[in-house]
Design a protein around this ligand. Structure first.
Ligand code: SAM
Length: 242
């Protein structure tokens, strides 16, 4: 009997609402990349980092994350894509990771590791060379959150979009590019998250853990559709360190 899915990430390319085409648009905002050092804090399985390094001759990359599944998946992709000489992943707590200031830093969906957006902006600034570029992916309130959304994400966790940009400017950056996740990117992200469990349930309807897996995915889908779908946005800020 197949074990219940340990996480719902198998059908995701990125662990954030991000399409292929936008990933390449964002990478283009990070240049010049040739020969640069790129560090991704909270890299997950490091898909964006791997695509960045693949597109930049001579660039080298490091990704840090504390999730074992993610690091194993990313490490296998590095080998499969022949990038072993130029990228490596480390399983560690990002807040404790000391690295030389880089030309480019990426941190998408991991601000909570530093206690929120402002803490992440400060930590990333210390990890960037002057003039270096930061790609920060973070949530923001796009509309008024309902009670269900606030159960999942406390109001204070996010600002409105202009407030998110203000925090970046106040933290010693200039804004080079702003992009936000589209409704399609969000729906694809949430659907793929659910699909990891739905496909397992469909193949294992009588498994002893089936009821619990169904409860988890039902709760997640309700939180998304009845909660934050109408109010939560996700922004990708490309910032230059002053
Ligand atoms: C929403 S996921 C985003 C992953 C990746 N940036 C992406 O966009 O695909 C957030 C990631 O941050 C990592 N993370 C959170 N806190 C961390 C910490 N203190 N140290 C290392 N990784 C952390 C999680 O393991 C997770 O992989």
């Amino acid at each position: 009997m197949t074990a219940a899915p340990a996480n719902g990430h198998a059908y995701l390319d990125f662990n954030s609402p991000l399409s292929d085409s936008k990933s390449y648009d964002l990478i283009a905002t990070l240049g010049p990349l040739e020969g640069s050092t790129v560090v991704d804090y909270g890299c997950g399985w490091a898909e964006l980092l791997l695509r960045t390094i693949s597109h930049a001759p001579g660039a080298t990359g490091l990704g840090v994350d504390d999730d074992e599944y993610a690091i194993d998946r990313g490490t296998a992709n590095i080998a499969a894509r022949g990038l072993g000489g130029r990228v490596r992943l480390e399983r560690a707590d990002v807040t404790a990771w000391a690295a030389e200031p880089a030309d480019v830093v990426v941190s998408i969906g991991a601000s909570h590791a530093w206690g929120g957006t402002r803490g992440a902006l400060e930590a990333m600034r210390a990890r960037l060379k002057p003039g270096g570029r930061l790609l920060l992916g973070d949530g923001f309130w796009e509309g008024e959150p309902n009670a269900r959304a606030l159960d999942i994400f406390p109001r204070a966790e996010f600002s409105a979009l202009d407030g998110l940009v203000d925090q970046a400017l106040e933290s010693g950056y200039r804004l080079l590019n702003l992009a936000t996740a589209t409704r399609d990117e969000w729906d694809s992200f949430e659907s793929r998250w659910c699909a990891g469990r739905e496909r397992w349930l469909s193949a294992n309807p009588d498994h002893p853990e089936a009821a619990e897996v169904a409860r988890v995915v039902d709760d997640h889908r309700d939180g998304w559709l009845k909660g934050y779908r109408a109010s939560l946005g996700f922004a990708y800020l490309t910032l230059v360190r002053r």
